[in-house]
Design a protein around this ligand. Sequence first.
Ligand code: FEC
Length: 313
Amino acid sequence: MSGDRAAPLGLLVMAYGTPRTPEDVEAYYTHIRRGRPPTPELLADLTARYDAIGGISPLAALTEAQRAALADALEARQPGRWKVVLGQKHAAPFIEDGVAELAAAGVHDMVGLVLAPHYSGFSVGQYQQRAADAGDEHAMALHRIDRWHLLPAYLDFLAAAVTDARASLPADHKVLFTAHSLPERVLEGDPYPDELRQTAAAVAERVGLSPWPEWALAWQSAGRTPEPWRGPDVLEVIRDLAATGRTDGVLVCAQGFTADHLEVLYDLDIEASGIAAEVGLAFARTRSLNAEPTVMAALADEVVRVAEAGLAP
Ligand code: FEC
């Protein structure tokens, strides 16, 4: 029963998921496409991108490192109290598997944390809905952390990463804060763009950047579908900056992502950096969060706070 203070507490760490082997790419892509298998051309294109980053993404190992860091931080705060499991959107263990694992461990109350800082109904909202539905099947209460885009430790991490990476660029450069694009149709009334702007503005203030011309938001990794996706795309912005001669270099801070994976290692490190080289701009990107201890510790504090609030009589 929910609210049972003697039972173990569960943390469901939710993440996107990635294929574990090259043979898993087709099933993974089919899952992302809600059961519609990709055409041979789409599959070949995705396989080529994984090949370009070494055959498979480091995301599985990095997500596990994040889960383990959160588990360690919770154990340090409340020894023996927490069971911390992984639940992924598009690869096993799925969100539903993670919830079943918590139920088997006797958990009645779980905190749902998505390893994506900004809320969109289309991303974090979907993860949490699946967690809530699975929780209902096991009579388990879900206490949600829907956003952590203004968590001070996360802002401090991004500010330090921006400051460090700027040192490698010519004095005249722009900082582009990017996140995964979404279709315009799902962004009507959605807080995602505002939350991205809030994070970028807070980091820019910490670093001492003035609003454009020193920094701007840009979008990346838009889906390969005919409908309009939110822009401007980072690749267009880089071309435009070079065409108008407004800067000598660009720094990309992929604030919407929390680990090194395909969308960072291919879309930025290969594609965006290649375009920058083609148009004659210096290029850098900030290091990814991965299992950064200060941020994992701050997230663990947030998990404890949300659980205490949810269990309060
Ligand atoms: O394996 C890896 O290293 C890459 C993992 C990966 C992450 C990721 C994060 C986000 N996505 C978001 C939205 C969409 C929408 C579509 C979509 C499509 C793909 C495809 C691959 C893929 N995503 Fe992803 N995304 C990752 C991987 N994503 C592969 C399919 C091929 C392609 O388009 O490149 C379009 C789906 C559709 O057809 O409807 C929408 C958002 C995030 C950031 C938040 C989060 O992590 O959940 C938003 C990591």
